[in-house]
Write a protein that binds this ligand. Structure first.
Ligand SMILES: Cc1ncc(COP(=O)(O)O)c(C=O)c1O
Length: 396
């Protein structure tokens, strides 16, 4: 009997749909910003990682155009072969200067930076201690490395300590890996305490600053700066695609680390160098975040204002704890989260539902931008209030 080898795809999709986990895309037809045109109408954008509003900034666009004219559209090969340009090095020096590290290495995405760094520094004889809510790139990097992976409970220092006391002695090297700002929750890892534990158990620490770079710290260097840990030996990974408004990723740390990664990180060695346009846009963004700290101040002001408005006007709305511009409203089911996302969109607010398997419990994720105006925040709160009252009436 002939077996149809792809038949399982449809069955699997049907299962995904039944659980309300089916995903599809929506198309934006305008420049990125606090207001975007989505499916033919203007909506206030609470779905973007463009925290500082830089990805539509004319200075980034001009830098990308100029680099494309000078170097072409693609970098044509691995950095080790034909793909290296002066502008890559300039960007790496700018990242190292922002992070106050000896050096930095640019990858083609933040995802690839995590895969590359983790698979380079640990292997089969080693141990990874990972926060259970780490981003997919940290989780898959850990699996790909072949190291033994032990998850500790989210932000739970006692659990981290307990697991290390139990397992550390059986392994050669150990890496503690954590998001700095957790992307789907908005809370922060307790970095100083993690560094203290890492010293006690002779572990390396890798921190993913994807949602903190440009957002936290006096100069926008991230969670490491926010906690006063600048200059400590650790592996800092991040992306150029969120507050920096471009595309690409990086690892920042010691010169020894970046030299090692140039020789051992497969996602750097065997992938095409970042495009000239993305590289130039990220470089322009770093200059702007250093010259315009008011963007960061405004972002933090906007996030605080939104939290206060929700706490005052909607005390019944279950917000997850957050110390960042990411605010999450936890809902009971994927179906509820989808329905709320649709109602928000109908009210002119773009804030999509985040569902399993991305997160353990469904939620609406609200991402605040420096370029949101007070009226945008108030319009969001008004829309939320209408939905909360509707839900309460339905329950009675
Ligand atoms: C915490 C975290 N790390 C890494 C990434 C991946 O970065 P990139 O989009 O540059 O691949 C993301 C998001 O996309 C993220 O949220």
């Amino acid at each position: 009997m002939a077996i149809e080898p792809y038949a399982w795809l449809e069955q699997s999709l049907a299962t995904i749909s039944r659980a309300n986990w089916f995903r599809s895309v929506q198309t934006i037809k305008s420049l990125p910003g606090a207001v975007v045109q989505l499916e033919g109408r203007d909506v206030i954008n609470f779905a973007s990682n463009d925290y500082l509003g830089l990805s539509g900034d004319c200075r980034l666009i001009e830098a990308a155009v100029a680099a494309t004219k000078e170097y072409g559209t693609g970098s044509t090969g691995s950095r080790l072969l034909s793909g290296n340009r002066e502008i890559h090095r300039k960007l790496e020096q700018a990242i190292a200067s922002l992070k106050q590290t000896e050096d930095a290495l640019v990858f083609s995405s933040g995802y690839l930076a995590n895969l590359g760094a983790i698979t380079a520094v640990v292997g089969k004889r080693d141990l990874i201690l990972a926060d259970q809510y780490n981003h997919s790139s940290l989780k898959n990097g850990a699996i790909l490395s072949g190291a033994t992976v032990v998850n500790y409970a989210h932000l739970h220092l006692e659990d981290l300590h307990k697991q290390l006391a139990q397992h550390r002695k059986n392994y050669r090297r150990c890496l503690i890996a954590t998001d700095s700002v957790f992307s789907m929750d908005g809370d922060l890892c307790p970095l100083p305490e993690i560094l203290a534990i890492s010293e006690q158990f002779n572990c390396m620490v890798l921190i993913d600053e994807a949602h903190a770079t440009g957002v936290l710290g006096a100069t926008g260097a991230g969670c490491v700066e926010h906690f006063g840990c600048t200059g400590q030996t650790l592996i800092q990974v991040g992306t150029l695609s969120k507050a920096l408004g471009s595309l690409g990723g990086y690892v920042a740390g010691s010169t020894t680390l970046t030299d090692f990664l140039r020789n051992r990180a497969p996602t750097w060695i065997y992938a095409t160098g970042l495009s000239p346009a993305d590289t130039a846009a990220a470089l322009a963004a770093i200059e702007i975040i250093q010259q315009e700290p008011n963007r960061r101040t405004q972002l933090s002001k906007n996030a605080d204002t939104l939290k206060q408005l929700i706490i005052k006007q909607l005390p019944q709305l279950k917000l997850l704890p957050s110390e960042s511009p990411i605010l999450c409203w936890q809902l009971d089911s994927a179906a509820d989260a989808l329905a709320v996302g649709k109602k928000l969109q109908a009210a002119g607010i773009f804030a999509p539902a985040i569902r399993p398997p991305t997160v353990p419990s469904s939620r609406i994720r609200l991402s605040v931008m420096a370029t949101h105006e007070l009226a945008h925040l108030q319009q969001l709160v008004d829309a939320l209030a209408n939905i909360v009252h509707e839900l309460m009436n339905n329950q009675q």
